[in-house]
Design a protein around this ligand. Structure first.
Ligand SMILES: Cc1cc2nc3c(=O)[nH]c(=O)nc-3n(C[C@H](O)[C@H](O)[C@H](O)COP(=O)(O)OP(=O)(O)OC[C@H]3O[C@@H](n4cnc5c(N)ncnc54)[C@H](O)[C@@H]3O)c2cc1C
Length: 333
């Protein structure tokens, strides 16, 4: 194993996990670090007493043959399934339309499940926020948030290459000292926020659909989370505010956001929840679509960047971006 290149992947969202899986399959040794307590990044699920809600990605589609194959592996492992639902469209004149032929998939029993499943095969350290990259004898060392004492054990490890599998602003922050060109490309790709509310009800909500694209008011999406396959019966709805509203209310308190989104839900016929929470996704989705290359790679520094924002901002795009970077990285090792 002595000569096996050791790669650090920062970010255990789907792009990082896809990259790491591919790197290991191609013979590399990989260590993954994520600041959160779990894996999955924006494919994530909040859990409470007797309820759960996917408050980031709502579903995903699979069009590229490589991702279709990966989805088949997830389905075989029981961590993803088809969400057979009818999606309504509320309000008019706007960007969100429903395509009746689209097949929509979800993680099972929760959106974070495919990521957890991928992570089981990998070496992942969670609650590990990387604060800086350090050049050390032509290799890389990582600096961690020092409030995490166990990081002492890993901070003197040398890595042959580093992959930043992060939203653009966070990738820019970590690449800045070493790779201004790469940083500039990250900074050129702004990402927009999204406020999400999770609402729990003791009785079923009497709306004649399980999900809707909303084209009026502060909301853009509402969904009955427990209508997805494998969820517990308890009635839970997820509400996403649209980009403009989320941007204008970015610094509002969670309580104010819950109040405003409860009112917006009432306008659509929704009742007042028994309890609710809110989550601010500061970097929810990229402004621009897919780039020519769906990853960035500095071959001299052996520093790469992948993530959904380099590939149209969706679950499938994130997975493909991570995989493509891994294949380029190994082809030049
Ligand atoms: C509200 C919302 C709704 C969405 N709806 C859909 C949808 O319906 N369909 C769809 O396909 N996609 C949807 N998406 C997009 C989808 O979630 C993303 O495209 C995909 O999950 C991104 O994966 P990623 O690995 O690129 O990034 P992320 O999932 O963001 O992963 C990045 C990881 O890096 C970690 N990290 C950040 N900084 C550091 C650091 N300094 N040190 C260590 N770790 C760090 C984070 O904790 C995170 O786990 C939605 C996203 C949001 C937020």
């Amino acid at each position: 194993m002595l000569n096996t290149p050791h790669i650090a992947v920062i970010g255990a969202g789907l792009a990082g996990l896809s990259c790491a899986t591919q790197l290991e399959q191609l013979g590399m040794r990989v260590s993954i670090f994520d600041k959160s307590r779990g894996t999955g990044g924006r494919m994530s699920t909040r859990r409470g007493d007797n309820w759960q809600a996917d408050h980031g990605a709502q579903y995903f589609t699979a069009r590229d043959p490589l991702f279709v194959q990966e989805l088949a592996r997830w389905q075989q492992a029981g961590v993803a399934d088809l969400w057979q639902t009818t999606i309504a469209v509320l309000g008019d004149g706007s960007p969100h339309r429903n395509d009746g032929n689209t097949l929509r998939y979800v993680g099972v029993p929760r959106m974070s499940s495919p990521a957890r499943w991928l992570a089981n095969e990998l070496s992942v350290s969670t609650s590990a926020r990387v604060t800086a990259l350090i050049r050390h004898q032509h290799r890389w060392r990582l600096r961690f948030d020092e409030s995490m004492p166990e990081r002492e054990l890993i901070k003197n490890t040398d890595y042959d290459a580093v992959v930043l599998a992060l939203p653009s602003a966070q990738a820019a922050e970590l690449s800045r000292t070493h790779a201004p060109g790469l940083t500039a490309q990250c900074e050129a790709s702004a990402m927009r926020p999204c406020w999400a509310a999770m609402m729990h009800f003791s009785t079923p909500v009497a709306l004649p659909f399980d999900a809707a694209f909303v084209n009026a008011g502060p909301l853009r999406w509402i969904a009955r989370d427990n209508s997805k396959p494998g969820r517990p019966g308890s009635e839970t709805w997820v509400l996403h505010a649209n980009t403009d509203w989320s941007t204008q209310h970015l610094e509002d308190s969670a309580d104010d956001v819950i109040r405003a989104l409860t009112e917006a839900f009432a306008v659509l016929g929704g009742p007042v929840p028994d309890n609710a929470g809110a989550h601010r996704w500061r970097y929810a989705e990229p402004v621009a679509g897919a780039k020519a290359d769906n990853f960035l790679w500095d071959a001299n520094l052996k520093l790469g960047v992948c993530g959904d924002w380099l590939n149209a901002g969706r679950v499938e795009g994130a997975w493909l971006s991570g995989r493509a970077l891994a294949r380029t990285l190994t082809s030049v090792e």
